[in-house]
Design a binder for this molecule. Structure first.
Ligand code: ADP
Ligand code: MG
Length: 391
């Protein structure tokens, strides 16, 4: 591993002359579909911004503005170098850098320090944020820990959504959480988009009566096109953005909604909460969108899935005998996955305690099938589960 990091360093030096004078690669910290991320020492320390100051004890940046850098003394400090694969499209890379620039004022979002380009090679430099692998701590979280984690995540989401941006890839590896300092930052805007970028009419944006009428019309006319869109339609075929990660995609993404909103991120955050409450990661593990719909149907039941599909002009038919019409409550799912028995010694059904029950009530608000009825990130921060209490 050491050797290949050294090779990577040489490669970076070849593309960007003087790179090795500026940064010293320490190790590889992430390797994804779209990039390789390294931890590196920044050899030319400058105070990048007042918002992100060096924590002298811990050698990392913290978005507090507590301390300011005393010039003259050079200390080691760390950055994350994100080397974006040359196979990523230029628009995609530009988009990521552009959106990060827009969001630079939020403490809950990892800012961009700078970026370099050489032909098709782009590297982004971010402050290094210490964090643990989600799998190392999620099983040990109690409800109080969950409140703090999700307050941090929803603060980030509220800022992103307030800027009319959809992150599109909310999942544990894109929210770097420091369990000691109880703070997290949102990273990876590689799939993010401005609201409305690829909007096209979807049945879900119509009023209920109008939607019903459209569906009825399409039944009367023909059966071999998606509901609601007449045969011989001259408009370009509808293409829904499906970007995201399997298991975290909102039902409207799976049902190819063409008018997706910031609520898709709230769903994905809900899946993280479900994972923590059920103590199972990954909770959903589908290989494709059809599988993913079936997994959702197993939990939520056929009736809800049908209704949800219809909302976006799609059909949902399922003849798998183990999938019921009504599905299960999230409370039941969580009790099944975390308790070895579901009844106490008197034969009474085990119920969740008050704190967990409040978490589940919040979870239900995040996992509403209809995005219109799903809680917004801003409202989530006012929900009893996340609202700061006195004392
Ligand atoms: P990708 O598009 O390849 O998923 P990400 O931006 O999500 O790239 O980064 C991949 C991984 O690199 C993250 O999951 C995280 O472990 C690590 N990483 C990214 N940015 C930072 C940072 N600022 N500080 C520390 N680690 C980071
Ligand atoms: Mg990522």
């Amino acid at each position: 591993v050491e050797d290949s990091v050294a090779e990577d360093m040489q490669r970076l030096e070849r593309s960007f002359r003087g790179f090795s004078k500026k940064y010293r690669l320490i190790n590889r910290i992430g390797e994804g579909t779209f990039s390789t991320v390294y931890k590196a020492e920044d050899l030319h320390y400058e105070s990048y911004s007042n918002k992100w100051d060096l924590d002298e004890k811990e050698n990392l940046y913290s978005p507090s503005g507590r301390k300011t850098h005393q010039s003259g003394q050079r200390r080691p400090h760390f950055v994350a170098i994100k080397k974006i694969y040359v196979t990523s499209s230029p628009q995609r890379i530009m988009n990521e850098l552009d959106l990060l620039h827009d969001l630079r004022h939020s403490d809950a979002i990892c800012p961009l320090i700078t970026a370099f380009r050489d032909k098709d090679q782009v590297v982004a430099i971010l402050p290094y944020f210490r964090h643990l692998d989600f799998r190392a701590y999620f099983r040990d979280m109690n409800v109080a820990d969950m409140r703090i984690y999700f307050r941090s995540l929803f603060t980030a989401l509220a800022a992103v959504h307030d800027s009319n941006i959809l992150h599109r890839d909310i999942k544990p590896t894109n929210f770097l959480y420091d369990t000691h300092r109880k703070r997290g930052v949102l990273v990876d805007f590689g799939l993010a988009e401005r609201h409305g970028t690829d909007h096209q009419p979807c049945l879900c944006t119509l009023r209920k009566e109008d939607r019903k009428q459209r569906i009825q019309q399409s039944y009367n006319h023909t059966h071999d096109h998606p509901l609601g869109y007449p045969k011989g339609d001259q408009r370009p075929s509808l293409r829904a953005n499906r970007a995201g990660t399997r298991g975290f995609r909102a039902p409207e993404v799976l049902f190819k909604c063409t008018a997706q909103t910031t609520k898709i991120d709230v769903w994905s955050a809900g899946i993280i909460l479900l994972t923590i409450l059920a103590r199972r990661f990954p909770f959903f593990n589908s290989s494709d969108d059809i599988d993913a719909v079936i997994e959702l149907a197993t939990v939520f039941g056929k009736a809800k899935m049908k209704k949800c599909a219809m909302l976006h002009g799609q059909m949902f038919e399922c003849n798998i005998p183990t999938i019921g019409e009504e599905g299960y409550t999230l409370e039941k799912i969580i009790i099944w996955s975390t308790r070895s028995v579901t009844r106490d010694k008197y034969g009474n059904k085990i119920r969740l305690g008050a704190a967990e029950a409040e978490a589940v009530e919040f979870l239900e608000a995040c996992l509403a099938m209809n995005p219109d009825q799903r809680i917004s990130a801003a409202d989530a921060l006012q929900h009893p589960f996340l609202k700061e209490r006195d004392g």
